[in-house]
Every structure is written in C-alpha cells, then in structure tokens.
Write a protein that binds this ligand. Structure first.
Ligand SMILES: [Fe+2]
Ligand SMILES: [Fe+2]
Length: 483
C-alpha cells in the first residue's frame, strides 16, 4: 500500500507511509516494538494498564476523519506512523537552499544536525509520560483521567513518529538512537532525559495542567518550526503531530481555567473578597489564586529554558541550512535568508536589562521564544476573564523572561517577576513569594483525593463545559479495572 490519507492497519504498525512495501523499516520497527511495550508497561500510567479508556485513535489523516473514539486498553492502543499528506511541489522555504525542491532524503551535510534535532524532540515525548505516570491515581474525575491518558498515548505516538524517521533515514546510528530513547529516564541521576524541564517532577494535577499549558506549548513551537523544515518527511511528521498537540494544550488551558473557576466560585459563596487571604481560601478546599500564580511562574520559567540561548550560532546554522525555520515562516514577509536583518534581543548590560539589536540569524531562538510568550499571554488573558467575570480583584501575570532562568542571558542572575535584578540574599528571602514552597506543594497534594465516580469532580475543580466527543456529563470515560 503506497502513501495515502487512509491508514493501513494490516501491518502490526498502523501507518500511511507504505510500510508494507518497505520491509527493512517495517522489520526494524517490529524489532523496536517489544522494547517500547516494555517501556510503556514499566514507565507508562501506573495502575491503569488493564482499564478500558475512551480514547481517540487516528484512523485517517484527513482533517475531519482522523479521530475515532472507542474503549481501548492503553497497551493495546494502535500507535501508528502518520504523516501529513505530501504537498505538490513543496520547496525549501528559507536559508541558503531557498527555492530548491524540498528534500525527500537526508542531505549528507545535514545528517548530524537533523539527527540531533529529531533525537532531542523524540526524547521529550516519553519523558512527559514518565513524569505523569503516577497521576491517574489522584485524578479529579474520570473525564480528567481520560484526558491524561489521551495525552500519554499520543506522546507515545510522537515517540514512534521520531523513531520512524530515525529508522528510515539514519541507518545504524538511527537504530542506536531509537534504543537510547527507551533507555533514558526522566529525573534519573545516571541517564536523565536530555532537557531540563523534562527531568522535573509533575507531582500533582495542577502541575500537570500547567505543564500541558506551558511545556506542551514549547512543544508546539518546536514542532511548528520543524514543520517548516526543508527535510520533507520531518515537516510532514510534525504537521500531523501538531493536530494532537492542540488537544494537549486544550487540556492544560481548560484544566487551569476550571481550577480558577472553582476557586472563584467557592470564594464568592463564602463571601471572601481578598484573593490574597490564602489561609481563608484554602479552608474551602480549593487552590488559592496566589498559589496558581506561583505555579505558573515555575512552569513558564522552566519552559523558557527549553528555547535555549537567546543568541545561538547553532540556531543560525539550522536556519541557514534549511532544516529548522521560524514560527509560521512562510507567512513572514521578509527575504527568508536574514543575511542583513536584525532582531531585538533582551540582554544583560551594565547591570540592567536592555533590548539590543542582534543579527536576526543568531537571534532565531529569541524570536521563537517571543512568539511563544505571546501565545502564552493569550491563554493567561482567557484565565483572567474567568476571574474578572467572578468579580474578584486579582489577575494572573506572566513573569518577566529574566525571572528564575537556568539557561541563556539571565542564567547567572536573579530577577523578580517584575524584572528587577536582585542580590542573591534578597532573592533567597523573597523566592517563596514567587515560586511554590514545600508547604504549597503539601497543601496541593492534600487536595489530590481521587474522584472516580461518574459525573463527579474533586472539590478544587469545576466540571468542563462540554464533554469529550460530546458525551454527557456522567459518561464513564474510564472503566477503572480495580482487580
Ligand atoms: Fe508530543
Ligand atoms: Fe504534547
């Protein structure tokens, strides 16, 4: 079966890339499969591998037909290799190869670069599954539990997507990298995942929602810029992954939004007007808004680190070579080569933070990060609408990009969320006003009682407006197997 929009389910690995006619790659993937299942069983959602979950599976890459819902046990989910359709006459759209036919094979001189990009992207996918593996047990509803597992199986599929590229286009090195992706573990001392934010813990559901809002959105920006790649199979892979990624960010945004909604509602019922009266709000069994701000500060700053250094020759090389573009590259009106252009970068100069024009080529990371910050800000605005509507005088705010950074221009300094530079002693004194403390974490952990009754929700979160797949409120999204 050649490449089509329908997915071939006759092979063990559903795909629309003609695996039937590509025995070498089919065999390589079939050999990788048991290791993957082993990883899923040991590192995937703990305690729910025999439960039936109402999941969507891609059965076609057609925009309308790709999601089919049904009960599935997660280890039996059909993880497939799905690429967005090949576009007629697609070209390299930026860099020194601009205007050439897009590459269907890996150009020899860019092999190492492409392999690196694919492995780094691939490594984040299983990492988040590992980070989230304990959350099922404290799910605030069956609806939320289903969403968690949907995100998890799709991150698993994203790993497959990257492994396919490695196996198909990178020979022996690709095979080794595919093995490595199953060997590293989130948070492990000896063999950690490759990027910082993916070695942090996701201890509770507020963290999960913040993670899917902020960190999956970094994923979106990375996939968007890889979707611009001159290497066409990578572009097509990422384009299809983006359709799934949108759901992950929906889970995050609505999850936090529903927690906010519930808090505001409880405050109003109790007649509490001061959102900063943390002790009074916590007594209501909901998460106070200042703590949500702290969580947002944490996840935002960790996610900013994923964009790398503001000024980067690696990023410039990726761009010039045509392997990784900018967000919405083809919609930007410029020469798409950037040999003379500049871009403003926030830098540390003479003890202050200033904007400095840098060559646009080396500022590619900065630009992508700016696009990311704008995207985040829109979501925060939607959260604030919920608070505003409840008549509560409190607004969430993204912290300054210099706040709590581990990578880039601001890695060695401390700044407040407002962007004032601080001496170390002042930072240490105030840090827990801005970042979750152990006590904050303990309080949230204390709220994380499972709520698995159909149609019921935990005390701290409001029900969603509409169910998944338009199901009614009391739909049994997960048939929890308690055996
Ligand atoms: Fe992903
Ligand atoms: Fe994701």
């Amino acid at each position: 079966m050649a490449e089509t929009t329908n997915v071939d389910y006759s092979t063990k690995i559903p795909n629309n890339v003609g695996l039937m006619d590509d025995q070498r790659v089919l065999k390589a993937l079939e050999q990788w499969h048991p290791g993957y299942i082993d990883w899923w069983m040991t590192m995937g959602p703990e305690g729910f591998q025999t439960s039936n979950v109402y999941l969507r599976t891609a059965i076609s890459i057609d925009p309308k037909g790709w999601a089919k819902f049904d009960y599935v046990k997660m280890p039996e989910y059909r993880w497939g290799i799905l690429l967005a359709p090949r576009l007629d006459d697609r070209r390299v759209n930026f860099g020194i190869h601009k205007g050439e036919q897009a590459w269907q094979e890996v150009p020899g001189e860019y092999r190492a670069m492409l392999r690196r990009l694919i492995v780094v992207q691939g490594d984040t996918e299983p990492a988040s599954v590992e980070q989230q593996r304990h959350l099922g047990k404290t799910a605030p509803s069956l609806y939320d539990m289903r969403n968690l597992f949907q995100v998890n199986v799709e991150e698993g599929r994203h790993l497959w997507a990257m492994v396919y590229l490695l196996q198909k286009y990178f020979g022996k090195d690709g095979r080794e990298e595919a093995e490595g992706l199953l060997q590293r573990r989130s948070g492990d001392q000896d063999k950690p995942r490759m990027l910082g934010a993916f070695n942090e813990q996701t201890p509770d559901w507020l963290s999960f929602f913040m993670f899917t809002f902020f960190t999956d959105r970094d994923g979106k920006m990375q996939l968007e810029s890889l979707a611009q790649s001159g290497f066409d199979p990578l572009s097509r892979t990422c384009r299809f992954m983006l359709t799934e990624e949108a759901h992950h960010m929906f889970v995050g945004e609505t999850g936090v939004g529903r927690a906010i909604e519930r808090t505001c509602q409880a405050m109003k019922e109790a007649g509490i007007e001061d959102a900063n009266d943390v002790a009074a709000v916590r007594k209501l069994g909901v998460i106070d808004l200042p703590t949500m701000q702290k969580k947002a500060n944490l996840h935002f700053s960790l996610s900013l680190d994923l964009f790398g250094s503001e000024v980067s020759t690696n990023a410039a090389n990726y761009y010039t070579s045509g392997v990784k573009g900018r967000f919405q590259e083809t919609r930007i009106e410029d020469d798409h080569q950037l040999t003379k252009a500049t871009y403003p970068v926030s830098k540390l100069i003479d003890g202050g933070i200033k904007m400095v024009d840098e060559p646009a080529l080396t500022a590619i990371n900065m630009r992508l990060r700016d696009d990311y910050v704008n995207d985040c800000a829109k979501g925060v605005q939607r959260w604030n609408k919920v608070i505003e509507k409840a008549g509560i005088d409190f607004r969430l705010k993204l912290p300054h990009v210099a706040f709590h950074r581990g990578i880039g221009e601001f890695a060695d300094i401390q700044a407040s969320p407002a962007g004032e530079l601080l001496r170390e002693a002042d930072w240490l004194k105030q840090k827990h006003q801005w970042l979750p403390s152990k006590a904050d974490g303990d309080f949230i952990a204390g709220l994380m009682a499972p709520c698995w009754e159909r149609g019921k929700f935990a005390s701290w979160i409001a029900p969603p407006r509409i169910g998944i797949d338009n199901k009614p409120g009391d739909f049994e999204y997960v048939k929890v197997d308690r055996a």
